[in-house]
Structure formats: C-alpha cells, structure tokens
Write a new protein. Structure first.
Length: 256
C-alpha cells in the first residue's frame, strides 16, 4: 500500500472583523442535484455553500470483508479486477434497511467503490475536494488505485484533496475501506451495542459511511472554516475565517 505524504498549505491567514450592525447572512442559492431520487440531496454544510458541488450519495458497490483480506488482495486497485458483489445506498449504514442491505450481524471490515466523472469540476484555478460527513470508525480512501488518505473517528467529518490523483479524462474510481470493531469498548461508541441484538439502553450498531459524501471544486486560496461570535455587550457580531492554500499578496476579505 503506497501512502502519499501529506501536503501542507504554503500559506495560511486568519481574518477577523467586527460588524456593528444587525444583518442577515445570505447563503445563496444551492445547486441541487439533478437526480430526484438521491437520498439526502441537500447541501451538507449550509454555512459554507459554494455554487459548484456534486453529491456522491446514492448507489455504491459494496462488499463485506470478514476475512480482512481486501488489503492483501488489493481490492482498492482497479487493475486487480475485484468487483464488489453488493450494492448499498450511501449514506446509510449497511445495518439500516434504507441502505438496501439491512444486515445487523457482525462485519468489522467493509469496502465501498464508486466510479464517477468529474471532468466538469476541473479547471486551472480549482482543486477538487472529497468530503466525508462521517465514516465509522476507521476509513482508508483510494483514488484510481492510489492511496489518498485515512481518518480515524466515527463522528467527525474529514476532507481529502484528490486533485493530483485524478486523471484528465474518463471515469475516476473512489474506493473506501471502513473498519469498526464493535467489541472494542475503549473507543468512542455512543450507545452502539456490542452484542448481536440490542439490549437494555443500547442501540443497533452503525458501521462505515453514515453521512453525506460529496465533491467540491475550490480555488487554490480558499476559506475552510468560519466562526461567528455575537456580543450583546458591544452590540457587535465578530467574524473569523481560516484561509488556506497558496499565499497571495494583498489578500482581502469582503462581507456583504
């Protein structure tokens, strides 16, 4: 398995401002997915909506890996010829009936695969971000057979810049491996049960992708997070944003 080194941004800036008036933040019109049957088609992060984005919710190829042999057999590599035998509806966990599987038995390791065309997202001034709302518990991600990154934590979102792993033309393939040992009682688990059937106050387990997955083209210099802090004492609204990417001289931020 080949790992890519993490890319660190060449420049970072933090901007802050105080607005001494009451105003409404207009988020702008969201570009809704064309498919009417896509589950949870709304933009998953309404405080940072960009005009261009592509949901990856819907049908993915899926496979249980109870013997944990997928890494050794290179299931992440399209040239290995592995085709997954099941289909799952993302973003529902395979334990859920909405996923189309509804299997509540123990499966510690699962794999997802999806082919897509992102040519419309390419541009000389944009990078392509792959966002996961949440994957329970450990996730590994490959793009076109090349390792893209991983994440640990079943409740937190993560983002991978996949620009350099995409081909200029044709279909791209995303593969996700998720591992979640229900008998590991040390890791954060909420009220997920470790027994076959839920008992007492415990709920059925959730494994793998269980929040929205989406693609987003972004500028080379971009905002990643924003924080609004109200102050009734000063009748003000403070604003902070984190700007990452290529360093640009005379960078300015305008609020409307």
């Amino acid at each position: 398995m080949r790992k890519r080194q993490r890319r660190f941004t060449r420049g970072a800036a933090r901007a802050s401002a105080a607005l001494f008036a009451i105003f409404f933040l207009a988020l702008g019109a969201q570009r809704a997915p064309a498919q009417s049957d896509v589950p949870r088609p709304e933009h998953p992060r309404p405080d940072l909506v960009r005009a261009d984005w592509q949901t990856l919710n819907g049908a993915w190829e899926f496979e249980f890996d109870d013997a944990d042999k997928g890494l050794a057999e290179r299931w992440y590599d399209p040239s290995a010829g592995k085709r997954f035998s099941k289909s799952i509806v993302v973003p529902y966990a395979f334990q859920s009936k909405l996923s189309g599987i509804g299997d509540t038995s123990f499966h510690d390791v699962v794999w997802y695969s999806r082919a897509l065309n992102v040519s419309q997202l390419f541009g000389p001034s944009r990078r392509v971000m792959l966002h996961f709302g949440a994957v329970d518990y450990c996730a590994g991600v490959w793009i076109n057979g090349i390792y893209a990154g991983d994440h640990e934590g079943g409740y937190t979102p993560f983002t991978i810049d996949i620009t350099n792993l995409l081909t200029a033309d044709g279909a791209q393939e995303i593969v996700v491996r998720a591992e979640d040992d229900p008998h590991d009682l040390e890791k954060p688990r909420g009220k997920q049960d470790w027994e076959v059937e839920p008992h007492s106050i415990w709920y059925p387990r959730t494994t793998g992708i269980w929040q929205t997955v989406w693609l987003e083209p972004v500028p080379h210099t971009r905002m990643t997070d924003i924080v609004w802090t109200p102050s009734l004492l000063h009748w003000a609204l403070g604003f902070e944003t984190w700007i990452v990417g290529d360093h640009e001289e005379n960078l300015s931020l305008e609020l409307e």
